[in-house]
Design a protein around this ligand. Structure first.
Ligand SMILES: NC(=O)c1ccc[n+]([C@@H]2O[C@H](COP(=O)([O-])OP(=O)(O)OC[C@H]3O[C@@H](n4cnc5c(N)ncnc54)[C@H](OP(=O)(O)O)[C@@H]3O)[C@@H](O)[C@H]2O)c1
Length: 223
């Protein structure tokens, strides 16, 4: 079954943090934010994990440039997205992808708040099947905007095609500060996601690195 082309985009400090220990995630510069909004406008959907919705309450709309709003997708195992979250408001359509663990009452509440709820997977959301479902609904290009846990879930299963990272000139430190990719991690370097550098550019004060995902041996093993 076909799935969308997936671009993982994030802003991180030089030491790989996507938020500080206190959760401050305003990392990239204005020029990079413009780039992200252009990328959003070129995408059919933007996907984030529940942790990002709870931490940042993002709108996930196109505001800094002119362009259409992509569909917003929240991966949320137990349907815990607050019904008053910004991601459920505004002009764009929102899909909340939940697992069968989600209580019907919570699903009902999200539907009442305007979300389209997709139930996919027993314990966790089955990300591959979710992507296939999104593709069948016309999503060809999907922008994955984090956070750390969902980035791992997608990479681990070999569901990311391209990585775009803006490296901001800061070092945040903090053993518990969220990094670009969290989760369990690959045991060996040779089993990790292997990338091929395709472009390096300066965007304002940040450095934009664009990579193609060459392969994920660990993912092939897990299948
Ligand atoms: N700098 C940047 O570019 C950037 C971008 C985005 C986010 N961030 C930062 O990243 C942090 C959030 O990262 P995070 O790791 O805490 O959260 P996250 O990855 O946004 O969301 C994690 C949650 O999503 C749900 N989830 C993930 N994979 C799932 C799956 N396969 N099936 C079902 N549910 C799944 C789980 O919810 P359950 O708990 O219900 O299982 C999980 O706890 C925030 O501090 C945010 O500011 C930074």
């Amino acid at each position: 079954m076909p799935r969308p082309y997936v671009i993982l985009n994030a802003a991180m400090t030089l030491d790989g943090k996507i938020a500080t220990v206190t959760g401050d995630s305003r990392i990239s510069c204005d020029a990079d934010l413009d780039r992200v909004h252009r990328l959003r406008a070129e995408s059919d959907a933007i996907m984030v994990g529940l942790g990002t919705v709870l931490a940042d309450d993002p709108s996930l709309t196109v505001r800094r440039v002119r362009g259409r709003n992509p569909i917003r997708v929240v991966v949320d195992r137990e349907a815990r997205t607050p019904p008053n979250a910004k991601v459920l408001r505004g002009p764009a359509k929102t899909i909340v992808a939940v697992s069968r663990k989600a209580k019907p009452q919570r699903i009902k509440r999200l539907r009442a708040a305007g979300a389209d709820v997709i139930v996919e997977g027993a314990e966790k959301v089955n990300l591959r099947r979710l992507l296939e479902e999104l593709r069948s609904r016309g999503v060809r290009k999907l922008l994955l905007e984090g956070g750390s846990t969902l980035n791992w879930g997608m990479l681990e299963q070999g569901l990311v095609d391209e990585v775009r990272v803006a490296v901001a000139p800061y070092i945040a430190g903090g053993a518990n500060a969220k990094t670009l990719v969290g989760g369990a991690g690959f045991a060996k370097v040779r089993e990790s996601a292997e990338l091929k550098l395709s472009r390096v550019t300066r965007v304002g004060r940040d450095l934009l690195l664009i990579y193609q995902v060459a392969g994920v041996r660990g993912a092939e093993k897990a299948r």
